[in-house]
Design a protein around this ligand. Structure first.
Ligand SMILES: C[S@@+](CC[C@H](N)C(=O)[O-])C[C@H]1O[C@@H](n2cnc3c(N)ncnc32)[C@H](O)[C@@H]1O
Length: 257
């Protein structure tokens, strides 16, 4: 951990090229050498996750609900449920990287949680035993899923009517964002898109508009964060929090009439 852990993570993020014949292999190759140091580094890099969980939990009853955390990695988000975790019917941590899920499995075992299951599966296709769910979250995973359209569409399909999606992730704005949304400079849009692409992270100008199109927005916040070890602390990376609801047949009708 500490500086040595950071150096191991930085080696995988900045130097070691990602190898693999397909997306799952690339995810496993990228994460297997940094799984043990993942949580410590990502705590400083991936902001807003705890807040997203708090906002989702405090706004609606969660007792007996089924929740899927897509691209859930080491399962560190599970701690954000706090005492609420025992009241949930089931939580699935879905991820393609087996090395990160091993950390999640240890965490679940050590915490004694009985209602949590990990699944080494693709977030664009995974269907839980229950068939449908009450909540789906993506924390910094949408930017790593090549077919993110399919991931959002799949989340919509497995959500019950009225169910909620929560997303926190990096992004860049469109050149001309819709009124009320933040516009990022050309430099910010170009620089961060290319910087993150090396790690197969693709901050997109289209995630936010697509989420707004598919779901009824409950919360949307646009923010900036510092990247650990990045030489210029004033050049910050944009990220957002989004909570949306799958429209029910009734709200769809109201919207179209
Ligand atoms: C930056 S990590 C975020 C992990 C975790 N959500 C967190 O907040 O710490 C992105 C995760 O998405 C996973 N991932 C990428 N593509 C995926 C896919 N198609 N299906 C499931 N997981 C995927 C990666 O393996 C990785 O664990």
């Amino acid at each position: 951990m500490g500086i040595l852990g950071d150096l191991r993570v930085l080696y995988h993020m900045v130097i070691c090229p990602i190898r693999g014949q397909n997306h799952a292999e690339r995810m496993n190759h990228f994460y297997s050498g940094q799984a043990a140091d993942y949580d410590d580094f990502r705590r400083r890099l991936l902001r807003g996750r705890e807040e997203l969980w708090q906002k989702m939990l405090e706004s609606e009853p969660f007792t007996n609900t089924v929740w899927m955390d897509m691209g859930g990695g080491t399962g560190s988000n599970l701690h954000f449920f706090g005492d609420a975790i025992d009241q949930l019917n089931k939580v699935y941590v879905v991820d393609l990287a087996g090395s990160l899920l091993e950390v999640a499995d240890r965490r679940i075992h050590e915490s004694g949680w009985k209602n949590i299951e990990t699944a080494e599966a693709d977030a664009t296709t995974f269907i839980p035993t229950e068939g449908s769910v009450d909540a789906v979250t993506f924390s910094y995973s949408l930017t790593m899923i090549p077919d993110w359209f399919a991931a959002i569409d799949h989340a919509w399909n497995v959500l019950k009517p009225g169910g909620r999606i929560g997303v926190v992730d990096f992004y860049v704005s469109r050149k001309y964002p819709v009124s009320g949304h933040v516009k990022h400079s050309w430099l910010k849009r170009m620089f961060w898109t290319n910087w993150f692409a090396y790690d197969n992270v693709f901050p997109s100008p289209d995630h936010v508009p697509y989420l707004h199109r598919k779901f009824e927005p409950i919360l949307f916040e646009e923010r900036l964060t510092r990247i650990p070890w990045f030489p210029n602390p004033f050049f910050k990376m944009p990220y957002y929090l989004f909570i949306g609801r799958k429209k029910t047949a009734a709200t769809e009708t109201t919207a179209t009439t």
